[in-house]
Design a protein around this ligand. Structure first.
Ligand SMILES: [Zn+2]
Length: 209
């Protein structure tokens, strides 16, 4: 399984942009030998990676990630990155993943332009531990998705943040961290509820956008 997950991560690691490109690299004997030497495992064909990963439920993959991250915390490997020797610094922000001109699924977010054109899209809210030497380590994420069926208000970054904070507390069990947040999602009420849920959340860094 480690080979399959590493094979999936490799697309992003090598910035190949497509599974096909990584398969082409894989045909190069030097590339494959170098990969095996570096990671201690073989690089699988990307069709195999796709076939297996697409069958695994998302929460099971997330459990693997949580176990790996929890191990780093438990081994105190990340302690040296704490702010003021006390707080883990976590950046939380949403990013667009895909958008469509036509409905893609029953959970799509939608926006309508002034001309009446409807766009269907998906956003994810991601929490990353960031370090002063430039590392960004994913801790958890929450999809910003509409519920199936009828709803009064679309899901948004603010409500997804509450779910994400609960997930961080439950899965990662990090009670002291400083949160680098976009100012737009930090209302007084949200900050209060976030403090209640995740402990000493005290730092807000306004971003440039
Ligand atoms: Zn959709």
């Amino acid at each position: 399984m480690a080979e399959i997950i590493m094979g999936g991560v490799s697309i992003f690691l090598f910035k190949t942009g497509s599974r096909n490109q990584l398969n082409n690299n894989r045909k190069d004997g030097n590339f494959s030998a170098w990969y095996e030497q570096l990671f201690g495992m073989k690089l699988p064909h990307q069709d195999t990676v796709y076939d297996i990963l697409s069958e695994i439920p998302e929460d099971e993959l997330e459990n693997i990630e949580t176990d790996a991250i929890s191990g780093l915390f438990e081994q105190k490997f990340l302690r040296k990155y704490r702010l003021l020797d006390k707080y883990y610094t976590v950046a939380i922000d949403a990013t667009g993943v895909v958008s469509y001109d036509k409905p893609h699924c029953e959970h799509c977010l939608t926006k309508t332009s002034k001309k009446g054109k409807v766009t269907y899209y998906h956003y994810v809210l991601e929490a990353k531990l960031v370090t002063n030497d430039g590392h960004a380590i994913s801790l958890a994420r929450e999809w910003i998705d509409n519920p199936a069926g009828k709803y009064e208000k679309q899901d948004c970054e603010r409500t997804a943040f509450v779910r994400l904070a609960q997930k961080l507390k439950k899965n990662i069990r990090v009670y002291r961290f400083a949160s680098l947040r976009t100012a737009c999602i930090l209302t007084k009420t949200r900050l209060k509820s976030a403090k209640r849920m995740v402990g000493n959340l005290y730092l807000c860094c306004k971003t440039t956008h």
